[in-house]
Write a protein that binds this ligand. Structure first.
Ligand code: AMP
Ligand code: MG
Length: 511
């Protein structure tokens, strides 16, 4: 046993480039371990990324490590410093107030930052206790893996360790730790910190670090900083286009929650759309709706602008402006392409934009569930024009599979004739496609998820965990969301409309 333990540990090779930047960029802090820790969930997919063997995950050393009670050999735990714009106002001093970068590990297919969230107080904790609670940890754990399952760049999650340590929010809750993996924990706010502290040398050093670690093809390039900035702006635009296409609202798009490499990070009061509502505000604390769903594209640009400002010691205003002007066209062309894929359209035709816009308008007016609509559309059969009528009384009599797909689509609308009108146009548009309809429908099922992490699903897992110390639902939902395009016959209930009680749920910044 002892030998195996050692071997498994020894397979993690730390390669800590960030800690070599110098203490200007962080403070070295050791984790404050949790008392009586217990492993609530471990994600085998994330363990594979680190090359950790499944056998090791049930051993005591793993629990001690994930609860901050034992330091990983080779790790060099530190709290990163950063600042950022929060809800539009500049906060000069943020930083890892409750998380630590343990180090960077070389996995079988690349390097991963290992971050321990909820690891205790740091010099950047301000008035916070340095801890994270069980409910927010479950939500981050599930959502980061759900996003990855949807093919959207995201931090990943390895483990949830809970404890018997009380922490106080609105009520007494339980201190919990998350192990998060990421390609980079450098944020827009990391650059802002040094720029606003008037330290251009540090801005340059950080940019060189990002290039060295993530864009090695730019090393030595005379326009390396311009290309780095372009990379961030473009990956942010593409990322937000993907958020919009799956109906994801981040909730707190502060610049300290924006990854320099364009990964979704720092999951808090996020939400997936149920009924399509462009003005959806998922964060109860966001009283002005700054981060409403339909504002995410423009806020992404606002954030890139804040980053541009922080890079003025490296790039001219003309250079920065040039790259910023690329954001909007890229985001909207990416989004249109994603929407075409959702509709199963292979060719790009000028009328697609109006077809999509009119559909979204109609979904909003008719309070149609966003995920259910597109998933049902994957079964739409344009081959029989009679079905265009979509007359429920007729269709019910001949209830075949295709028939019920048509009916199901219609039934999602308050005004069923609005569905008929759009479907008529859609059928005409499909007639211009060359692809075999069977192939089209299969491709659509790989684009339109059957399952997304609706708020109530996380809540079910949280209730069982908090009230009954039953963590099984976390694992069940995790497995489901890791392949959201596939059928999961034992989880059909999660592919339906959310229950009525889910409308009472509210999530805020408290975590
Ligand atoms: P967040 O809203 O989670 O992105 O956090 C914003 C800032 O507050 C970051 O600097 C966090 O590290 C810090 N923070 C949030 N919660 C706590 C806490 N419980 N204790 C210490 N710092 C915290
Ligand atoms: Mg944050």
């Amino acid at each position: 046993m002892r030998n195996h333990r050692k071997n498994t540990l020894n397979r993690l090779t730390f390669d800590n480039s960030f800690s070599q930047l110098g203490e200007h960029f962080f403070t070295r802090v050791q984790a404050s371990g949790l008392t009586n820790p217990s492993l609530a969930s471990v994600n085998p997919e994330a363990a594979k990324l680190l090359g950790l063997e499944p056998l090791g995950l049930s051993q005591d050393w793993f629990l001690q490590w994930c609860s901050g009670n034992r330091r990983m050999p080779g790790s060099d735990p530190l709290a990163m410093v950063y600042s950022g714009h929060q809800f539009g106002g500049y906060s000069p001093q943020l930083g890892d107030g409750r998380g630590l970068l343990l180090g960077e590990v070389r996995g079988p297919q690349g390097k991963w930052d290992i971050h321990l969230k909820g690891a205790g107080k740091t010099p950047y904790s301000r008035f916070g206790d340095g801890r994270a609670v069980l409910r927010s940890t479950i939500r981050e754990y599930l959502c980061s893996e759900a996003m990855h399952g949807l093919g959207i760049a995201s931090t990943r999650a390895l483990s949830i360790v809970t404890s018997d340590e009380p922490v106080y929010r609105e009520t007494q809750e339980t201190a919990t730790m998350l192990i998060r993996l990421s390609h980079s924990h450098v944020r827009f706010g990391s650059f802002e910190y040094f720029h606003h502290h008037n330290e251009p040398e540090a801005v340059k050093q950080l940019a060189d670090h990002v290039i060295e670690q993530h864009l090695p093809e730019l090393i030595g390039h005379e326009d390396c900083y311009l290309h780095m900035f372009r990379h961030t702006v473009h990956s942010t635009a593409r990322l937000i286009a993907q958020w919009q296409s799956v109906g994801f609202a981040h909730g707190v798009m502060n610049t300290d929650n924006m990854s320099i490499i364009g990964e979704t990070m720092d999951y808090g009061p996020f939400g997936f759309l149920d009924a399509y509502n462009p003005g959806y505000i998922c964060n109860h604390s966001d009283t002005c709706g700054r981060y409403a769903f339909n504002r995410q594209p423009i806020i992404g640009l606002w954030n890139c602008n804040a980053l541009a400002n922080a890079l003025t010691s490296l790039l001219s205003v003309e250079q920065l402006t040039e790259v910023l002007t690329e954001y909007e066209p890229l985001l909207f062309s990416t989004l249109l392409e994603l929407q075409r894929c959702k509709l199963g359209l292979e060719q790009a035709l000028p009328e697609d934009e109006t077809l999509t816009e009119d559909l979204l308008d109609s979904l909003a007016k008719n309070q149609v569930d966003y995920t259910l609509f597109f998933r049902n559309l994957c079964y739409f059969d344009e081959s029989d024009p009679d079905k265009d009528v979509l007359d429920k009384s007729v269709l019910d009599k001949s209830a075949g599979d295709e028939t019920s797909a048509h009916t199901a689509l219609r039934d999602l609308f308050l005004d069923r004739s609005a569905c008929d009108d759009w479907i008529k146009r859609y059928r005409q548009r499909l007639a211009l496609e060359q692809r075999d309809p069977v192939d089209r429908r299969e491709a659509m099922r790989q684009t339109n998820p059957k399952y997304v992490l609706r708020n109530y699903m996380g809540e079910i897992a949280i209730r069982k965990a908090e009230d009954e110390q039953d963590y099984g639902e976390i694992d069940r939902i995790l497995a489901l969301l890791q392949s959201p395009f596939d059928e999961h016959p034992d989880c059909e209930e999660y592919a339906k409309h959310p229950p009525d009680w889910s409308q009472q749920l509210s999530v805020s910044c408290s975590s």
